[in-house]
Ligand binder design. Structure first.
Ligand SMILES: Nc1ncnc2c1ncn2[C@@H]1O[C@H](COP(=O)(O)OP(=O)(O)O)[C@@H](O)[C@H]1O
Ligand SMILES: Nc1ccn([C@H]2C[C@H](O)[C@@H](COP(=O)(O)O)O2)c(=O)n1
Length: 296
């Protein structure tokens, strides 16, 4: 069985539910791998990649993806862009922070694809996971991993991208939590871990800075209640405490997992007004290498 044959099965199922640009990217990725592997089926994928979107016909897929000197797939032309991942507990204020910086020209923001997690072809894996984590944890986290990878690989159009969370926190915080709490069966954890390791070993996930919004779990609970997302009404303080501890071990104590970029910690328990002030004070640190581009 060829690499192309394997991939066409996966892509035929997943591509329609992704945005069209990412489906094209996926086809291109297969096309490139087919070429790299000397697989004749690659011609079919090349045709498919070009015919999906008229804009993409202008450029060759070969200019989009290539192998780095470390043998990883990388997106070409994105090296000079700055990628900042905003991390933090549930309802810590990540989206609000991104909204604030979105007012700055030359920064593009990408929020977490929560709407997809709440509605994939009429199903709600986020809601299902909160109702029965042992049964649906793998379903949600597989989809989170796919959609976060899609976010990381999407073309960056501004000099700076700020995105909410990352494929890393999905694994190191949420999958880890499900597994450690005994709510994810060992086999599910093993399969997710294999996927994660394959992705991070074979594809370059660009991250230049992590901004960690550090909050108390109690603050998050209060904000969560105000936001009032239906699926999250079952979240107790203890859940937020465990997520908090996982974040602290990862980004503050640095005792758990690999940290893919330097970390800037921002205390985020303050009210909205003070937080916006703090973001302003930290602006230079966050976008230091590109500060000359920015106008609010
Ligand atoms: N500093 C703050 N003080 C009070 N409420 C806040 C603050 N920041 C955000 N919120 C509110 O808390 C809720 C969660 O914030 P949000 O930005 O959606 O968090 P996240 O994206 O981290 O889940 C929202 O209702 C938001 O308006
Ligand atoms: N890998 C993940 C990522 C997020 N979630 C949950 C946690 C929240 O209920 C929701 C969105 O998070 P927020 O942006 O509000 O912090 O998705 C998860 O279960 N697994």
């Amino acid at each position: 069985m060829t690499f192309a044959y394997l991939c066409v099965n996966i892509l035929c199922r997943s591509a329609p539910q992704l945005y069209s640009h990412s489906a094209v990217t996926s086809w291109r990725l297969v096309a490139f791998r087919c070429k790299a592997f000397g697989d004749r089926t690659g011609a079919f994928f090349r045709t498919r990649a070009y015919s999906n979107n008229s804009e993409t016909k202008k450029s060759s897929y070969l200019t989009m993806l290539s192998y780095s000197s470390q043998g990883k797939l990388v997106r070409n032309g994105q090296e000079k862009k700055l990628v900042i991942c905003v991390e933090g507990n549930i309802a810590s204020g990540k989206t609000t922070c991104l909204e604030y910086f979105s007012k700055t020209s030359n920064i593009e923001v990408l929020t977490e694809p929560v709407s997809k997690w709440r509605n994939v072809r009429g199903h709600n894996p986020l809601g299902l996971m909160y109702q029965d984590p042992a049964r649906w944890g793998i379903t949600l986290q597989t989809y989170v991993q796919l959609t976060m990878l899609d976010r990381h690989l999407s073309t960056i159009s501004a000099p700076v991208r700020m995105m909410e969370r990352s494929i890393y926190s999905a694994k190191y915080i949420f999958v880890e939590n499900l597994y450690r709490s005994g709510k994810m069966p060992e086999v599910d954890f093993a399969v997710l871990s294999e996927w994660f390791e394959w992705i991070t070993q074979n594809i370059t996930i660009p991250v230049d800075l992590i901004v960690y919004l550090q909050t108390s779990p109690q603050t998050c609970l209060e904000r969560l209640k105000v936001r009032c997302r239906e699926e999250e009404k079952v979240i107790p303080l203890e859940y937020l405490e465990v997520v908090h501890q996982l974040y602290e071990d990862w980004l503050i104590k640095k005792t758990s997992f690999h940290i893919p970029a330097p970390v800037l910690v921002i205390s985020a328990d303050d009210d909205m007004q003070k937080m916006l002030h703090q973001y302003e004070e930290n602006r230079e640190k966050i976008i230091a290498c590109h500060s000359s581009y920015f106008v609010i």
